[in-house]
Write a protein that binds this ligand. Structure first.
Ligand code: ATP
Ligand code: MG
Length: 379
């Protein structure tokens, strides 16, 4: 194993077959690799690009055995995959990127925020609420704040905003007293993210910083380059790369930051996989975040990450489809020469469901943003 490089047409495995798995599979297939996807959904978006789709749960012993004996390396696209399944695969001698241990940290906000703080990187003040008894002391340092479940939160779900101690107790009861973090509400100027790649031999690269705007807790647009001072963007890149080093991380990971007054940066969270805010790389950098994922797991050198053009990425949620399931007016997008549409092949368009995204490449981020909004409104 060690630092041996894995070349095409080797079979690569991925745990999870959503849109991130689909774009990974597409990148891997283009590079000449085979792809095996494990996902319990028979309509998993990644299955369209996979040689083999194991339609089984993430703990299915036979499916895991199949992956261990057929895949030269395995990655994931889904942070709530069973970390013990990943550790078991590693014990069978399959190179795993990331490791089950890194995924386990990212799965649990208490472990994650504690790790980041102990790595010497800034996070918002937080209290680990392992049991209700943790709420007995003085909570004023965390209020007003947000109570977030330690596990299984995404797109702003599993979070309750709290102002008083009574609010906190009530919110914790709402969350059935499960482990949570109580985090101080920060005055955000903006939100940005970094996508880092670290390879088996320890090379680290970071894509240009994206500035992210959310709507109803879901990423709406990413603007690249982020409209912040270059020094601040560079600091975010350095922090993200440091975190990858401290984790001894192998693979692609995303780090989300809050930008505060006085050029302060705090890390919000990490994702042990490519990220929605990195989808601009599909068209705006020489290497995509999914090709980087392939390169990292295969022990190859990371590809160049320079931005070729300012870009705005817009998420397409099911809300853009008609109530009768009718498609958006794709011609609006398809006839604009500087836009790129990416659809995930999902049959059912539910409100809030990520169906696809488009990238607008223009001379400046502001010009791209203006055009992106105009397109979204007419779709
Ligand atoms: P996602 O899946 O989109 O990453 P999530 O469920 O993991 O979301 P967070 O990233 O923790 O949740 O929070 C969602 C959003 O809520 C953040 O992007 C930010 O806008 C806001 N938010 C979270 N924590 C804080 C905070 N401490 N202060 C201010 N705003 C916050
Ligand atoms: Mg988040």
């Amino acid at each position: 194993m060690g630092n041996k490089i894995i070349l095409p047409p080797a079979m690569l495995g991925i745990l999870g077959g959503g849109q991130l798995g689909r774009m990974f599979a597409s990148a891997a297939k283009n590079m000449g690799y085979g792809v095996t996807v494990l996902d319990p959904d028979s309509h998993a978006p990644a299955a369209d690009f996979a040689d083999v789709h194991l339609c089984k749960s993430f703990t299915d012993v036979e499916a895991l055995q199949y992956m261990a004996s057929h895949c030269a390396a395995i990655t994931t696209e889904f942070e709530n995959v069973n970390a013990d399944s990943m550790r078991w695969l590693a014990e069978q001698g399959v190179p795993m990127s990331p490791s089950g241990d890194c995924v386990a940290i990212a799965q649990d906000r208490i472990a994650e925020k504690t790790f980041i703080r102990d790595a010497g990187l800034d996070v918002a003040p937080f209290l680990a609420v392992k049991t209700s008894a943790c709420l007995d002391g003085d909570l004023s340092a965390y209020l007003p704040g947000i109570l977030k479940t330690a596990r299984l939160g995404y797109d702003g779900k599993g979070q309750i905003r709290v102002k008083t101690i009574d609010d906190v107790r009530f919110a914790h009861a709402e969350m059935k007293h499960q482990p949570c973090v109580l985090e101080k509400m920060m005055p955000l100027l903006s939100e940005i993210s970094a996508i880092v790649t670290r390879t088996r031999s320890g090379e680290v690269t970071c894509f240009p910083i994206a500035e992210n705007e959310h709507e109803n807790g879901i990423l709406d647009v990413s603007i690249v380059p982020a409209r912040i001072k270059p020094e601040l963007a560079e600091r975010a890149r350095q922090m993200a790369m440091q975190l990858a080093e401290k984790l001894d991380y192998i693979g692609v990971m995303a780090v989300e930051f809050f930008v505060l007054e006085d050029d302060q940066l705090v890390i919000n969270e990490m994702a042990p996989r490519p990220h929605n805010s990195g989808h601009y790389t599909l068209n705006a950098t020489l290497t995509t975040q999914f090709e980087q994922q392939v390169r990292a797991m295969c022990g190859l050198y990371p590809g160049k990450t320079d931005l070729l053009s300012p870009t705005v990425m817009v998420n397409l949620l099911g809300d853009s489809w008609g109530e009768d399931g009718s498609e958006p007016r794709w011609e609006v997008l398809m006839t604009a020469p500087n836009t790129k549409l990416h659809l995930y092949g999902k049959k059912l368009a539910r409100p809030g469901r990520k169906m696809g995204h488009f990238n607008v490449l223009a001379a400046s981020a502001d010009a791209a943003l203006e055009q992106a909004h105009a397109i979204k409104e007419t779709l």
